[in-house]
Design a protein around this ligand. Structure first.
Ligand SMILES: [Zn+2]
Length: 275
């Protein structure tokens, strides 16, 4: 039995693992409304499964810590469900957990994010870890920006672009249908692309649209969700299938395993003070 879950280890095992140049995987999700057809744990459930499969794929190279299920989503509070925490608090919680890991001897950390609005706060945490602990590398990964995912999803995408994939959409519905079909009510899945769209303002988590942008449009603004969506869905949930869910999940796991291996091999160079 190869253990890759931090929570399963004893303290002597954690001591041993800390000497193996493992990448610690920190899954970060969210509890929030995901349309009338998906449970509110969509982001947390998905990221936990993704990271667990990364652990199963590379059990000697990673260590997966427990998922943080809460994140930043004040703009969703017009819908029942979101358990939002302040952004600066999210940054600080993640930073403190990383500091604890560093104290125990781990120096490679990947923050794996499943919720768009956590992104900037997690990037801040990753940056703070690196500047305050130059002996450590801490990266943030928004999985929908991975090349492995984008290439795989482009082949199976059926929803319109831009707009078909953003929230509780073709992608998120497919993932949940694959992971827990009994919890999805596809009779309530709808297409809701009612946000105002223009050349430099659009949403699409696969980054397909006019005016450039790798994820969403190059001019980015997050308004209250109830002004952007009537149902809580942003995208086309009717195009979700379990088959696509498997393809999406496999591609994300492949992408994160690749990131992990690059991070393991990446040298931690000495700083040079040129004063
Ligand atoms: Zn989501």
């Amino acid at each position: 039995l190869k253990k890759y879950r931090y929570a399963d280890l004893t303290w002597p095992e954690i001591k041993e693992y800390s000497k193996q140049n493992r990448v610690v995987i920190f899954p970060i999700g969210m509890i929030e409304d995901h349309g009338p057809h998906l449970p509110v744990d969509s982001d947390s459930r998905s990221v936990e499964e993704i990271c667990d499969r990364v652990g199963k794929t590379a059990p000697d190279e990673v260590l997966v810590i427990p998922t943080l299920p809460y994140g930043f989503s004040p703009h969703h509070m017009d819908f029942p469900g979101p358990l939002t925490i302040r952004g600066n608090l999210l940054t600080e919680v993640v930073f403190d957990v990383c500091k604890s890991l560093i104290h125990h001897g781990f120096h490679k950390i990947a923050l794996v994010n499943n919720h768009g609005s956590n992104g900037c706060w997690l990037e801040a945490a990753a940056r703070m870890v690196v500047v305050e602990h130059p002996d450590t590398q801490c990266a943030k990964v928004d999985w929908w920006t991975l090349r492995e995912f984008k290439e795989a999803f482009a082949k199976v995408r059926e929803s319109e672009a831009p707009g078909g994939v953003s929230h509780a959409c073709e992608i998120e519905t497919s993932l949940y249908l694959y992971l827990r079909p009994e919890m999805v009510d596809m009779k309530k899945a709808v297409k809701d692309i009612s946000f105002p769209k223009s050349d430099h303002f659009w949403f699409d988590m696969a980054g397909t649209g006019p005016g450039g942008g790798g994820k969403d449009s190059s001019a980015f603004m997050m308004e209250y969700w109830s002004t952007l969506s009537k149902t809580g869905i942003m995208g086309d949930a009717t195009k979700g299938t379990a088959e696509k869910g498997k393809i999406i999940l496999d591609s994300i796991v492949e992408g994160i395993v690749n990131v992990v291996r690059e991070l393991r091999d990446r040298p931690i160079r000495q700083r040079v003070d040129h004063h």
